[in-house]
Design a protein around this ligand. Structure first.
Ligand SMILES: C[S@@+](CC[C@H](N)C(=O)[O-])C[C@H]1O[C@@H](n2cnc3c(N)ncnc32)[C@H](O)[C@@H]1O
Length: 261
């Protein structure tokens, strides 16, 4: 399989019809947003009183975008590099009655720049790993207003003593994955001050992400049984789900909330 075939298969596995494409839930997005909106702007007021310009990076099919649109005054530019996810986001936004607040744009997150504009709030749930935590923080800072806010949901180690099977898997899948204190240090080093951070509950992995994704795997295995490369990709996803079932005490998804310093 070449890179394009691999990507096509990833998009077949991670169908736009799945409820979400990464760990997350409405309650966690809402909690993170409430913490952000209480932050003081440079004018000394909180962000609740402002019409916000929001950028949602790696928005997928809109898991967090629709929630944000319901809870903010302002507009959201939702960016992803896969058009079927953006189409599904648009459909869900219309069904939820918030389509007038959301614009979608097909774009690679590596190529975001001044032409996208300046934002009061940048949101990225479960997608900064594509660039790397430090690279994302560095690249997106100039796109924020002087007192702008950044919310990142990132997979993070909770403990230093994760079992070898777990360490080995993430050494292959995401070698740059680190712990809370290292991420907080990167936040400061990249020119932000921390507003807060909190881990997502385990239910945010299962209810809208791993359970529906896992339910797709048997049919995909049956369909692609003759293709060892596709079977290996499906096995890696099953391993990831099984590891989380066993070792969720050792790592999880953390919301990191910060303001441009
Ligand atoms: C783990 S999913 C998270 C999606 C969504 N935020 C959620 O939590 O349901 C990562 C998303 O990043 C998108 N993505 C991957 N590489 C990208 C890139 N280079 N530029 C923009 N989006 C990208 C994927 O299409 C996918 O929608």
């Amino acid at each position: 399989m070449d890179m394009q075939e691999q990507m096509n298969f990833i998009h077949e596995i991670f169908s736009a019809q799945l409820p979400r494409l990464g760990a997350g839930d409405d309650a966690s997005t809402k909690k993170a947003l409430a913490m952000m909106l209480e932050t003081k702007s440079s004018a000394g007021k909180d962000f609740r009183s402002r019409k916000l310009r929001v950028l949602d990076i790696g928005c997928g099919n809109g898991g967090q975008t629709i929630r944000l649109a319901k809870d903010i005054a302002g507009t959201i530019l939702a960016v992803d590099n896969h058009q079927p996810y953006l189409d599904e986001l648009q459909r869900r936004a219309e069904a939820a009655g918030v389509a007038d607040k959301i614009r979608t744009r097909l774009k690679d997150m590596h190529d975001l720049g001044p032409e996208e504009g300046v934002f009061d709030l940048i949101w990225c749930e479960g997608a900064i790993f594509i660039m790397g935590f430090r690279a994302g923080l560095t690249a997106w800072r100039p796109m924020l207003a002087a007192d702008g806010l950044l919310a990142i949901g990132e997979i993070t180690w909770f403990r230093p003593d994760a079992p070898a099977a777990c360490r080995r898997f993430f050494a292959g899948e995401y070698p740059a994955m680190t712990d809370v204190s290292a991420n907080l240090a990167m936040i400061r080093a990249c020119g932000y001050k921390e507003i807060g951070h909190f881990p997502l509950p385990e239910s945010a992995w299962w209810d809208l992400y791993y359970n529906p994704l896992g339910a797709r795997l048997p049919a995909l295995r049956a369909q692609h049984a003759a293709d060892p490369e596709k079977m290996a990709m499906l096995a890696a996803i099953q391993t990831e789900i099984d590891l989380y079932r066993k070792y969720s005490a050792y790592y999880g998804h953390v919301f990191f909330l910060m303001q441009r310093d």
